[in-house]
Design a protein around this ligand. Sequence first.
Ligand code: SF4
Length: 242
Amino acid sequence: MPAKLFNPNSEEPFVLSRSRIDNFIECPRCFYLTNRVGIARPPSFPFNLNNAVDELLKNEFDVYREKGEPHPIMVENNLNALPYKHPDLEEWRESLRHGVKRYHPETNLILRGGLDDLWIDTDTNQLIVVDYKATSKKGEVSIDADWQIGYKRQIEFYQWLLRGNSFDVSDIGYFVYCNGIAEKDEFNNILEFTTKLIPYKGNDSWVEPTIRNLKECLIRHEVPDANPKCSYCSYVKKTLMV
Ligand code: SF4
């Protein structure tokens, strides 16, 4: 079923997922075409291997959640925390239809996003937003590359969503970052990983102004300009010149 389009004359709240917010930050034109006109960029390939790692990590952390015990990675990193138990956790993790939702009265928008995991700091009782990542690269994984700004926004957006649902949320979130080891002599149907816990201090102050700006974008009648740095649009322009 195609996603619902924004109708400026409707009083019904319009729902936007985290990926749509990211889409607006990258290019208001693309965001507008998707949500007002109904022309979305072609979907990217599914990251099936990454999704498999996510699924397995979820299962693994759920075992410790059920037992009420810290996962070994928390112990190794001297983190006084437990996987958080909540009856809505499965819904909050369901990124395609549900996720954590927050109504924003000023713009009449409902913002939502699907979490990977939530932990609770047992010293402060604050919730900790956790995101799982998987890759395969030489050397240590980090979150320092420019393109990883989206990872950081992800944590900050979930922090903002949860705060809007009256939860006390720590500024510190964590990436559980798994790195597949490719330097092996044989495959033998086994892909091994090293896993690193990377803390990140989030700042969600960008969320509110971004939501106000994207609402202004949605209600306008002209299509915004394209992002000049976008490789998709320059590809299309070049093909039209042939
Ligand atoms: S520049 Fe064009 S293709 Fe690229 S994101 Fe914007 S509208 Fe989409």
